[in-house]
Design a protein around this ligand. Structure first.
Ligand SMILES: *[C@@H]1O[C@H](CO)[C@@H](O)[C@H](O)[C@H]1NC(C)=O
Ligand SMILES: *[C@@H]1O[C@H](CO)[C@@H](O)[C@H](O)[C@H]1NC(C)=O
Ligand SMILES: *[C@@H]1O[C@H](CO)[C@@H](O)[C@H](O)[C@H]1NC(C)=O
Ligand SMILES: *[C@@H]1O[C@H](CO)[C@@H](O)[C@H](O)[C@H]1NC(C)=O
Ligand SMILES: *[C@@H]1O[C@H](CO)[C@@H](O)[C@H](O)[C@H]1NC(C)=O
Ligand SMILES: *[C@@H]1O[C@H](CO)[C@@H](O)[C@H](O)[C@H]1NC(C)=O
Length: 799
């Protein structure tokens, strides 16, 4: 933190200029009002909300998901390849009444070329076992046959040919490498063999590299298949639900949310990969050592050579269920491994496809996204169950449009390229359209693997919880006696909607742009067949015979999503519940404070630098609300300057606290923790009132026929104002400098874990300061959090 101390001016909302602008806005507003009064309040398309929902369900009585699944999984479609599917997707969007476009980015990617893996006798250097590095062909499953399957590889793994002793490093987490160090197992110069699971694979390679490994082998251990194993009597795919022993999980080893890294094109961090973009050294986001993925059948003869060498860690956490391997760490002096990885690195064009139906409120947009690229020829679950669902949604909403229905808000469907490599297509477009999206997008809904099982999984920004639950109540679960989809969710998941971390295309929307996002899909449950993630066996045959016979759950996903979209686009007041967000903040905050080291509480915050950091946190002003060029009346866009926005106010505030303490004792962290908690509670109280106001406005809108002309106009502007506050609520939690050592991640409430990748982290600035034992940074982040809370509370209180 090279920040200089002292009260240098921070960005404040310009105070002058305001009066002319607002007069102009009022004038424009009045004209708009006259226009709108004849439009918004008297226009009718003749289709009521229940009728519209019926039309959606009618359209989905026909289930074409299986057809789309077959189409998407018939040919390889790695990132930047298969232009045919790009055009076909665009044509489908158009067929269903969407305006469709193709958007391209030139992105640094790698394609498989050659690989080799040999177990050597260390004395003679002779190969005693050569791993085929191939998945078996299965005659029932046509996707696995032929010469056009995608080789097993790990995208962005460095090219290289290395030979050395090898060790077993469990899941390759930070704590696993720490354990090895503690036990005196030297990773330096070794090839690390790591099982999949627990954290994102790219971080396994990152940590291995940082610990001096020269190469990495990633394998799928049967111990991570939740008991559905041959050892427990289950037959392997395609004869039963257990993992096929030759199956290999391909994937990207980009560092994703790791320290110093960002998703997207590793050569253009934070800005779009349009032609001519400056290219940077990618090695903040990708590794320098070669790595290969391997099946458990093929890694077995290698790992067995470690038996009895090094340390056998008794802890259950270190033991998988690979038969014949005793889970010794190694190394063994008797054997070495030769690992060769060769990929073609180049800058390729990637293709996103967008389809839009314009709504009446063009500045309020709902985006539904799913990636199209897959690691394998199939990809029936990941991502093409989502692709099939997306087309079904297009068809259902298209049928509404065809019936003459006019949507209130714009709806945009997006089919991304390159998600698998590191959220490439979504991240680059999010960076390219950043200003526009921050201004216009109301919510983002993510599909990815929409269906690999029967159990609903929900992750979301808490403002969306209400809509997700309400829509689930309106849909029947397709199994006897279960009731609604919501009943199922309560029964199976305890009504728990998770936080978002990373690992799919919502990342840029939520964590970079502050747009409320949700991730939805039907996944595996207890006893379900093992999902062959990123393997050839994630095929049409698997999905249609094992995961979703009759594509019933694909169909359910389409119905559910369509209802969520409908609710978000058609509710006059944006259908967010802000109190749900504030309630979760209280919960996350308490969890965070529980992790604060006891001795910190009574530590004084007396150092001038620390105070400066606490007070001078410049959260980004959400200027774009006041976009004068959009030619519309924008009510109260200049929010009052919240407490201690100006240097003078900062000083005043500090003196205030200092003054207080003369009468009691010095300011300790405990005081500040308490202050921030108060700020959260105040926001909670404010949001409760705000939500009631939103509901009241919605009711007035529904009964607007009883209002006179001027009351209608007034209501119109009240709603417009309320909707702006709803739409931009979550943007308040963006911090323009971003997280510590991860500036791309701007959201101060939600981030992907820097040591886990997939798993979400709440209050990341605070939690990371605790993890790093950095007291001053913790104080600084309390300031950042408090300022955001006060600003949003001030905005909402104005209503
Ligand atoms: C085996 O290979 C290593 C280098 O990888 C070399 O140092 C060593 O001399 C070789 N041993 C034999 C017996 O060729
Ligand atoms: C793959 O198989 C097809 C049909 O059997 C054949 O036409 C094609 O030439 C083969 N391609 C390669 C690269 O071997
Ligand atoms: C990799 O290096 C080894 C010697 O260390 C050599 O025998 C082998 O041919 C190399 N492989 C390739 C594909 O270059
Ligand atoms: C990048 O490499 C792949 C694999 O060799 C190739 O198919 C593609 O044409 C290359 N793209 C460019 C732009 O060179
Ligand atoms: C308050 O802090 C000052 C400066 O750090 C110190 O000299 C003083 O003893 C502290 N007072 C109390 C009551 O802890
Ligand atoms: C929030 O509301 C509760 C109940 O009305 C009240 O007791 C509490 O003091 C309020 N908290 C703040 C920080 O305003």
């Amino acid at each position: 933190m090279g920040e200089k101390s002292g009260y240098s001016p921070i960005e404040v909302v310009p105070k002058r200029k305001r009066s002319w602008r607002s007069l102009a806005s009022i004038a424009i507003g009045a004209i708009t009002a006259l226009y709108l009064s004849s439009f918004v309040f008297t226009f009718e398309d003749g289709i009521s909300e229940p009728e519209a929902k019926k039309l959606i369900l009618n359209a989905l009585e026909v289930n074409l998901a299986g057809e789309w699944s077959k189409k998407y999984t018939a040919e390889p479609h790695l990132a930047g390849t298969n232009y045919g599917l790009v055009e076909w997707t665009k044509e489908k969007f158009e067929e269903y009444g969407f305006d469709a476009t193709i958007d391209t980015y030139d992105i640094y990617v790698s394609y498989p070329n050659d690989h080799d893996l040999n177990l050597l006798d260390a004395k003679t250097n002779e190969t005693i076992y050569k791993a085929p590095l191939k998945e078996d062909e299965i005659k029932e499953d046509s996707t696995t046959l032929g010469n056009d399957t995608v080789p097993t590889f790990l995208a962005y793994a460095a090219n290289g040919n290395v030979t050395g002793q090898f060790i077993y490093a469990n899941y390759g987490r930070l704590e696993d490498f720490a354990k090895l160090k503690e036990l005196g197992v030297d990773v330096e110069g070794k090839i690390a063999i790591i099982r999949y699971g627990a954290i994102f694979r790219g971080l396994k390679v990152k940590f291995a590299q940082e610990n001096g490994a020269i190469g990495v082998l990633l394998y799928s251990d049967p111990g991570d298949d939740h008991g559905i194993t041959p050892a427990n009597g289950y037959k392997q795919y395609p004869h039963g639900p257990a993992r096929q022993e030759s199956s290999v999980q391909r994937g990207s080893v980009q560092f994703l949310g790791g320290i110093g890294s960002a998703p997207g094109d590793p050569t253009t961090p934070g800005y779009p990969s349009k032609p001519g973009a400056e290219r940077k050294d990618p090695h903040n986001s990708i590794g320098k050592i070669p790595a290969l993925p391997i099946s458990y059948r093929e890694v077995k003869p290698i790992l067995e050579k470690l038996n009895g060498h090094g340390v056998q860690i008794e802890s259950k956490d270190w033991q998988g269920e690979l038969e014949g391997f005793d889970y010794s760490t190694g190394p063994s002096k008797k054997h070495t491994l030769n690992l060769y990885n060769d990929q073609i690195y180049n800058i390729s064009t990637l293709y996103n496809v967008y389809g839009e139906i314009q709504g009446e409120k063009r500045d309020e947009v709902i985006i539904i996204g799913n990636h199209r690229d897959a690691w394998i020829k199939g990809g029936a679950g990941d991502p093409n169950s989502g692709s099939a669902t997306l087309l079904e949604i297009a068809r259902a909403l298209g049928s509404l449009k065809e019936a003459g229905y006019k949507f209130k808000r714009s709806i945009i469907l997006q089919s991304y390229d390159g998600e698998e490599y590191g959220l490439l297509g979504s991240t680059e477009q999010g960076e390219y359209f950043a200003d526009k999206y921050k201004r216009k997008v109301v919510a983002y809904l993510n599909l990815d693997a929409s269906t690999t099982g029967k159990y609903l999984n929900l992750g979301a920004s808490p403002v969306l919880n209400h809509v997700l639950r309400e829509a689930a109540k309106e849909i029947e679960y397709p199994e006897e006696g279960v009731g609604s989809l919501y009943d199922h969710f309560v029964k199976e998941k305890g009504d728990k909607i998770k936080n978002l971390g990373s690992g799919s295309d919502y990342t840029v929307f939520l964590e970079h742009l502050g747009i409320p996002s949700a991730d939805l899909g039907f996944g595996q449950g207890k006893g379900d067949p093992v999902y062959h993630y990123h393997s050839n066996y994630d095929s049409y045959y698997w999905i249609s015979e094992f995961a979703d016979k009759g594509f019933v759950f694909h169909n359910l996903a389409a119905k559910y999503l369509s209802f969520i979209i409908f609710s978000l686009s058609e509710h006059e007041l944006i259908n967010f519940k802000l109190e749900d967000y504030a309630n979760d903040l209280v919960k996350y905050y308490k969890e965070t404070i529980d992790e604060v080291p006891k001795e910190w509480f009574h530590q004084e915050v007396s150092n001038q630098d620390t105070w400066d950091k606490y007070l001078r946190h410049d959260i980004q002003d959400i200027e774009f609300i006041a976009d004068a060029t959009n030619n519309e009346y924008v009510p109260h866009v200049r929010y009052p300057i919240p407490e201690y926005f100006t240097p003078q106010q900062c000083q005043h505030h500090q003196e205030h606290i200092m003054f207080d303490t003369h009468h009691h004792k010095n300011v300790t962290l405990k005081h500040l923790i308490h202050r921030t908690l108060k700020d959260i509670q105040k926001l909670k109280n404010t949001t409760a009132v705000f939500d009631i106001q939103s509901s009241a406005l919605q009711t007035s809108f529904e009964n607007k026929e009883s209002l006179n002309f001027w009351q209608k106009i007034r209501l119109h502007f009240q709603i417009k104002h309320q909707n702006k506050l709803l739409q931009y609520f979550e943007r308040n939690f963006l911090y323009h400098k971003g997280l510590y050592e991860r500036p791309w991640f701007k959201h101060i409430i939600f981030a992907s874990g820097r040591f886990t990748g997939y798993a979400g982290q709440t209050f990341p600035g605070l939690k990371e300061a605790i993890e790093d034992g950095d007291f001053e940074r913790f104080v600084e982040w309390l300031g950042i959090v408090s300022k955001a809370l006060r600003r949003v509370t001030a905005q909402l209180s104005l209503v």
